[in-house]
Each structure stands twice: as C-alpha cells, then as structure tokens.
Write a protein that binds this ligand. Structure first.
Ligand SMILES: [Zn+2]
Ligand SMILES: [Zn+2]
Length: 314
C-alpha cells in the first residue's frame, strides 16, 4: 500500500507498534474517555432536561464541525470576523475531534486524493471500518504537514487552540455539570460528543459507500438522505465533492441543509459574507462532466459565485 506523505503508515516492528499505539491512545484519550463514560448511563436517570441539553450541545458542537472545521476552515466557503472564527474553532474543538489544523489537514488530503491510496480515510480503498475510524489508529497522525494549512497558521490563536484542543471540551463539560450535575455531563456532554463523532465519521465511511451519486465526481462520494439530515447537511456528500468550495451542500429543495441555514443566519447578522454558492446548473441537479483537476480541489473557489446567502431560499 502506498504511503501518505504527511501521514505515513508506521512500521510493524513490535517496539514501534507499541510506541505508536501509546501515542495514539494518549492523543485520543479525551475522545476515548467520553465513550467509556457512557457506561454510567444505566445509573443516571434520563429526564426531559437531559434531552434538551443533548439537543443544545449537539447543535453547538455539530455546527462547530460542519460550519467551522469543515465549510469555513477546510474550504473557506465564506468569510467572517476574527472573533467569530475563533468561536467556530472553539465549538469544533468541543466535539473532541482534535484541533482545527489537524482536522483541516486530513480533510484537505481527503479531497485531494479522494478514494485513492493517499486518501487518509477511504472506505473504498481500505474497507468500511478503516474509513470510519480505523484510520485514526492505523496511521501515524501525530505530525501532519502544516504546509497544507498556511492560510490558518498565520493566526496564533488557532495554532494555540490546535495544541490545547481539549480545553473547550473541558469548559463545555463543566458548563453541563453546572446546569444539570452528572446528568448534564453524561447525557449533555459525553453522549452528545459520541453522537456527533459517529455521524461525522459516518460521512467519511457511509457517505462514500451508500447513497445516490448525482454527479460523476470520479470517486465514491454519495448523497445519503439519512446522513444528510443527521449530519446537518454534510451528508449531501456527492454534492459537496462536486462543489467543495460551496457553503451550500443541499442542492435540491428536499435536501435540508441546517449548516447552510446557520451560515445564512450569520450572514443576516453581518457575521458572514462572501458566501460561496454552487453554479445554478448544479442547484437544478443537472449532471455535469467532472470538473477539470485544479491545483487544490479542497479550497479552489472555481466559479467565484458569492451571492449573499440570505438571497437564497430553501
Ligand atoms: Zn468525501
Ligand atoms: Zn469537504
């Protein structure tokens, strides 16, 4: 198997294997901890307030991933203020999927090498489990190539947040404890993080295996209706691979895209501008030829169609 330049697969000697496993376990310990914490569920009563808190927290950290880490940082599909940028990064960090630079580097690699051996998480090449979460453990992901995120490393606060990515999660868990005690921690925070983790990573696995391919994008990306709704719009993944720069992933009227609606709200509040749109032909669902390969397909603005988000109805 060919190696990824920025995320090489480690050698198989016992020493390097244990060293790698230990490093990975430590780096993923916050995420592993919230999964283990779910063992407490049988001992903590589920109330209507638990449900309310799950809804609120999954919206905050989910949008931190889909609007923040994905559409804003990875694809630069709109512009915002520096403060709003920081808050989006902090909300994404609270989902415990590591820091914004780490997340963006691997996502840009995914778009650059989709469903080839150089894709960090292709279920088409390496199977479902690898594409879902096995890739976190089978590659050395500790020193990703920061050359892929030069547009982000110029902000010291993002570099800082990328190193201390667990801090926003700790603060949010503390806020959940302040509201509902351990009920808030177990259901409001830990369960919410696990739900968002599974849905986000299902876009990488299920979203490249099962669903409709409206556009011939040359890889396995699909529009999966269930993921479309659960992943707040990111499950319209074939649309997204066809127009990665677009802030809008749901192209048809029935493809509800909560993340795009949130970006429209930010635009209405004056907190988002230059919101990139797909060409009108794509919104009509017309199948077009695969676009010419660009220098950087993840962030290439292709047709810089940046009509105000609030001008579109869905
Ligand atoms: Zn994809
Ligand atoms: Zn993407």
């Amino acid at each position: 198997m060919q190696a990824v330049s920025s995320a090489p697969r480690a050698s198989n000697s016992p020493r390097s294997t244990w060293y790698r496993v230990t490093r990975i376990a430590l780096s993923l310990s916050p995420l592993l901890s919230v999964h283990i914490a779910l063992a407490a569920i049988p001992f903590v009563e589920f109330t209507i307030w638990s449900f309310v808190m799950i809804v609120v927290v999954t919206r905050i950290i989910g949008l931190g991933i889909t609007v923040g880490f994905h559409r804003y940082f990875s694809h630069r599909s709109f512009k915002t203020t520096r403060w709003c940028q920081f808050l989006l990064a902090a909300a994404g960090c609270a989902a415990l999927q590591k820091g914004p630079l780490w997340w963006v580097i691997h996502h840009r690699l995914h778009h650059k090498h989709s469903d080839t051996p150089d894709d960090p998480h292709s279920p088409v090449v390496d199977g479902f489990f690898h594409g879902h979460l096995g890739w976190l453990f089978t590659r050395d992901l500790m020193r990703p190539d920061h050359g892929l995120v030069k547009d982000l490393t110029k902000y010291p606060e993002l570099v800082w947040l990328d190193r201390l990515w667990m801090i926003p999660g700790l603060l949010m868990a503390a806020a959940c404890y302040a509201c509902l005690g351990w009920n808030g921690v177990i259901y409001g925070y830990c369960l919410s993080v696990v739900l968002i983790f599974e849905v986000t990573f299902a876009v990488n696995s299920i979203g490249h295996l099962w669903g409709r391919q409206r556009f011939a994008t040359g890889e396995g990306s699909r529009n999966n209706a269930v993921l479309g709704y659960l992943a707040m719009g990111d499950g319209w993944h074939n649309n997204h691979h066809r127009a990665p720069y677009s802030a809008r992933h749901g192209f048809a009227w029935y493809e509800f895209d909560m993340s795009y609606q949130f970006i429209r709200l930010l635009a209405l509040l004056g907190l988002a501008w230059d919101v990139k749109q797909p060409p009108p032909e794509l919104l009509a669902g017309t199948e077009l030829p695969v676009p010419e390969a660009s220098a950087d397909p993840a962030i290439d603005p292709e047709p810089a169609n940046t009509t105000p988000a609030s001008g579109h109805s869905q």
